[in-house]
Write a new protein. Structure first.
Length: 206
Protein backbone atom coordinates (compact mmCIF):
# COMPACT_ATOMS: atom_id res chain seq x y z
CA UNK A 1 0.00 0.00 0.00
CA UNK A 2 1.53 3.32 -1.13
CA UNK A 3 0.98 6.02 1.47
CA UNK A 4 1.61 9.73 0.93
CA UNK A 5 3.40 10.19 4.25
CA UNK A 6 6.09 8.38 6.17
CA UNK A 7 4.44 9.46 9.45
CA UNK A 8 1.13 7.97 8.36
CA UNK A 9 2.88 4.82 7.18
CA UNK A 10 4.61 4.35 10.56
CA UNK A 11 1.33 4.78 12.43
CA UNK A 12 -0.48 2.37 10.11
CA UNK A 13 2.28 -0.22 10.49
CA UNK A 14 2.08 0.00 14.29
CA UNK A 15 -1.72 -0.21 14.45
CA UNK A 16 -1.67 -3.15 12.02
CA UNK A 17 0.47 -5.11 14.51
CA UNK A 18 -2.63 -5.51 16.70
CA UNK A 19 -4.49 -8.82 16.36
CA UNK A 20 -7.38 -8.84 13.93
CA UNK A 21 -6.43 -5.53 12.36
CA UNK A 22 -5.18 -5.52 8.78
CA UNK A 23 -3.47 -2.65 6.97
CA UNK A 24 -6.76 -1.31 5.57
CA UNK A 25 -8.42 -1.08 8.97
CA UNK A 26 -5.23 0.41 10.41
CA UNK A 27 -5.31 3.12 7.74
CA UNK A 28 -8.98 3.84 8.44
CA UNK A 29 -8.26 4.19 12.18
CA UNK A 30 -5.24 6.44 11.60
CA UNK A 31 -7.20 8.71 9.25
CA UNK A 32 -10.08 8.78 11.72
CA UNK A 33 -7.75 9.99 14.48
CA UNK A 34 -6.44 12.72 12.19
CA UNK A 35 -9.97 14.03 11.75
CA UNK A 36 -10.61 14.15 15.50
CA UNK A 37 -9.32 16.83 17.89
CA UNK A 38 -5.73 16.38 19.13
CA UNK A 39 -6.96 15.60 22.62
CA UNK A 40 -8.60 12.35 21.54
CA UNK A 41 -5.30 10.89 20.34
CA UNK A 42 -3.53 12.20 23.44
CA UNK A 43 -6.08 10.60 25.75
CA UNK A 44 -5.81 7.31 23.85
CA UNK A 45 -2.02 7.31 23.97
CA UNK A 46 -1.96 8.22 27.68
CA UNK A 47 -4.46 5.55 28.67
CA UNK A 48 -2.57 2.87 26.73
CA UNK A 49 0.76 3.95 28.22
CA UNK A 50 -0.75 3.97 31.73
CA UNK A 51 -2.29 0.56 31.15
CA UNK A 52 1.08 -0.84 30.16
CA UNK A 53 3.12 0.78 32.90
CA UNK A 54 0.75 0.64 35.86
CA UNK A 55 -1.23 -2.56 35.48
CA UNK A 56 -0.40 -5.20 38.04
CA UNK A 57 -1.10 -8.87 38.42
CA UNK A 58 -2.79 -9.85 41.68
CA UNK A 59 -0.27 -11.40 44.06
CA UNK A 60 -2.89 -13.88 45.19
CA UNK A 61 -4.66 -15.04 42.02
CA UNK A 62 -2.74 -13.47 39.07
CA UNK A 63 -5.84 -11.62 37.84
CA UNK A 64 -5.33 -8.17 36.35
CA UNK A 65 -5.40 -5.53 39.08
CA UNK A 66 -4.81 -1.86 39.79
CA UNK A 67 -3.08 -2.71 43.08
CA UNK A 68 -1.11 -5.64 44.49
CA UNK A 69 -4.34 -7.56 45.08
CA UNK A 70 -7.34 -7.60 42.76
CA UNK A 71 -10.82 -6.47 43.77
CA UNK A 72 -12.10 -10.03 43.93
CA UNK A 73 -9.39 -11.16 46.37
CA UNK A 74 -9.89 -7.99 48.41
CA UNK A 75 -13.62 -8.59 48.72
CA UNK A 76 -14.07 -10.09 52.18
CA UNK A 77 -17.57 -11.40 51.41
CA UNK A 78 -16.11 -13.88 48.93
CA UNK A 79 -15.09 -17.37 49.92
CA UNK A 80 -11.31 -17.54 49.74
CA UNK A 81 -11.22 -21.31 50.28
CA UNK A 82 -13.07 -22.14 47.04
CA UNK A 83 -10.86 -21.56 44.03
CA UNK A 84 -11.90 -21.65 40.39
CA UNK A 85 -8.90 -22.38 38.17
CA UNK A 86 -9.01 -20.63 34.79
CA UNK A 87 -6.71 -20.15 31.86
CA UNK A 88 -6.73 -16.38 31.58
CA UNK A 89 -8.23 -13.12 32.69
CA UNK A 90 -11.01 -13.24 30.09
CA UNK A 91 -12.32 -16.41 31.74
CA UNK A 92 -12.54 -14.58 35.08
CA UNK A 93 -14.66 -11.94 33.36
CA UNK A 94 -16.89 -14.56 31.71
CA UNK A 95 -17.54 -16.37 35.01
CA UNK A 96 -18.02 -13.10 36.91
CA UNK A 97 -20.70 -12.16 34.35
CA UNK A 98 -22.72 -15.22 35.38
CA UNK A 99 -22.92 -13.74 38.92
CA UNK A 100 -23.02 -17.30 40.26
CA UNK A 101 -19.55 -17.77 41.64
CA UNK A 102 -18.57 -16.25 44.97
CA UNK A 103 -15.19 -17.80 45.53
CA UNK A 104 -11.71 -16.82 44.40
CA UNK A 105 -9.97 -17.50 41.11
CA UNK A 106 -6.55 -18.69 40.12
CA UNK A 107 -5.39 -17.51 36.70
CA UNK A 108 -2.87 -19.93 35.19
CA UNK A 109 -1.84 -17.71 32.31
CA UNK A 110 -2.23 -20.46 29.71
CA UNK A 111 -2.42 -24.23 29.35
CA UNK A 112 0.28 -26.86 29.23
CA UNK A 113 1.07 -27.24 25.55
CA UNK A 114 4.23 -29.21 24.74
CA UNK A 115 3.78 -28.60 20.99
CA UNK A 116 4.16 -24.88 21.59
CA UNK A 117 6.81 -25.31 24.24
CA UNK A 118 4.60 -24.33 27.18
CA UNK A 119 5.48 -26.41 30.22
CA UNK A 120 4.09 -26.30 33.76
CA UNK A 121 6.92 -24.03 34.95
CA UNK A 122 5.81 -21.25 32.60
CA UNK A 123 2.34 -21.20 34.13
CA UNK A 124 1.14 -20.03 37.55
CA UNK A 125 0.81 -23.57 38.84
CA UNK A 126 3.28 -23.57 41.74
CA UNK A 127 1.50 -20.76 43.58
CA UNK A 128 -1.76 -22.71 43.34
CA UNK A 129 -0.21 -25.94 44.61
CA UNK A 130 1.44 -24.05 47.49
CA UNK A 131 -1.87 -22.44 48.40
CA UNK A 132 -3.59 -25.83 48.50
CA UNK A 133 -0.76 -27.39 50.52
CA UNK A 134 -0.94 -24.54 53.04
CA UNK A 135 -4.40 -25.83 53.99
CA UNK A 136 -6.20 -22.65 52.97
CA UNK A 137 -8.26 -24.33 50.25
CA UNK A 138 -11.30 -26.60 50.58
CA UNK A 139 -12.35 -26.90 46.95
CA UNK A 140 -10.78 -26.50 43.53
CA UNK A 141 -13.00 -26.14 40.48
CA UNK A 142 -11.25 -26.67 37.16
CA UNK A 143 -12.76 -24.39 34.54
CA UNK A 144 -10.35 -24.78 31.65
CA UNK A 145 -11.63 -25.33 28.14
CA UNK A 146 -12.17 -28.96 27.30
CA UNK A 147 -9.30 -29.38 24.88
CA UNK A 148 -6.45 -31.84 25.10
CA UNK A 149 -4.26 -29.07 26.56
CA UNK A 150 -6.96 -28.14 29.09
CA UNK A 151 -7.36 -31.76 30.19
CA UNK A 152 -3.60 -32.23 30.43
CA UNK A 153 -3.31 -29.12 32.60
CA UNK A 154 -6.19 -30.17 34.88
CA UNK A 155 -4.67 -33.60 35.31
CA UNK A 156 -1.19 -32.24 36.01
CA UNK A 157 -2.52 -29.96 38.76
CA UNK A 158 -4.80 -32.69 40.12
CA UNK A 159 -1.80 -35.00 40.51
CA UNK A 160 0.09 -32.32 42.47
CA UNK A 161 -2.73 -31.72 44.94
CA UNK A 162 -4.35 -35.18 45.06
CA UNK A 163 -2.75 -36.04 48.41
CA UNK A 164 -4.27 -32.95 50.06
CA UNK A 165 -7.73 -34.54 49.96
CA UNK A 166 -9.68 -31.44 49.07
CA UNK A 167 -12.79 -31.42 46.88
CA UNK A 168 -11.84 -31.20 43.21
CA UNK A 169 -14.43 -30.73 40.52
CA UNK A 170 -14.62 -29.72 36.91
CA UNK A 171 -17.31 -27.61 35.27
CA UNK A 172 -20.03 -29.72 33.65
CA UNK A 173 -19.76 -30.05 29.95
CA UNK A 174 -22.62 -27.86 28.89
CA UNK A 175 -19.58 -26.24 27.40
CA UNK A 176 -19.03 -28.16 24.17
CA UNK A 177 -15.70 -29.92 23.79
CA UNK A 178 -13.08 -27.51 22.53
CA UNK A 179 -15.17 -24.39 23.25
CA UNK A 180 -13.39 -21.55 24.88
CA UNK A 181 -15.11 -20.32 28.06
CA UNK A 182 -15.07 -16.78 26.79
CA UNK A 183 -17.52 -17.67 24.04
CA UNK A 184 -19.94 -19.63 26.19
CA UNK A 185 -23.16 -17.79 26.95
CA UNK A 186 -23.68 -16.77 30.56
CA UNK A 187 -26.59 -19.15 31.21
CA UNK A 188 -24.68 -22.17 29.90
CA UNK A 189 -21.55 -21.20 31.77
CA UNK A 190 -23.49 -20.55 34.97
CA UNK A 191 -25.26 -23.89 34.71
CA UNK A 192 -22.01 -25.74 34.08
CA UNK A 193 -20.56 -24.22 37.25
CA UNK A 194 -23.54 -25.20 39.38
CA UNK A 195 -23.62 -28.74 37.98
CA UNK A 196 -19.89 -29.24 38.30
CA UNK A 197 -18.81 -32.84 38.59
CA UNK A 198 -16.18 -34.47 40.81
CA UNK A 199 -12.86 -34.49 39.00
CA UNK A 200 -12.29 -38.24 39.59
CA UNK A 201 -15.50 -38.93 37.68
CA UNK A 202 -14.47 -36.62 34.87
CA UNK A 203 -11.21 -38.50 34.39
CA UNK A 204 -13.09 -41.79 34.04
CA UNK A 205 -15.29 -40.26 31.35
CA UNK A 206 -12.30 -39.32 29.19
ZN1 LIG B 1 -6.79 -11.67 43.04
Amino acid sequence: MELPSKLLENAVNEIAQLPGIGKRTALRLALHLLKQPNTQTETLVTSLAKLRSEIQYCSNCHNIADATRCEICNNTTREASVICVVEDVRDVMAIENTGLFKGHYHVLGGKINPMEGVGPSQLNINTLVEKVKSGAVTEIIFALSSTMEGDTTNFYIYKQIQECNIITSTIARGIAIGDELEYADEVTLGRSLIHRIPFEKAIKQV
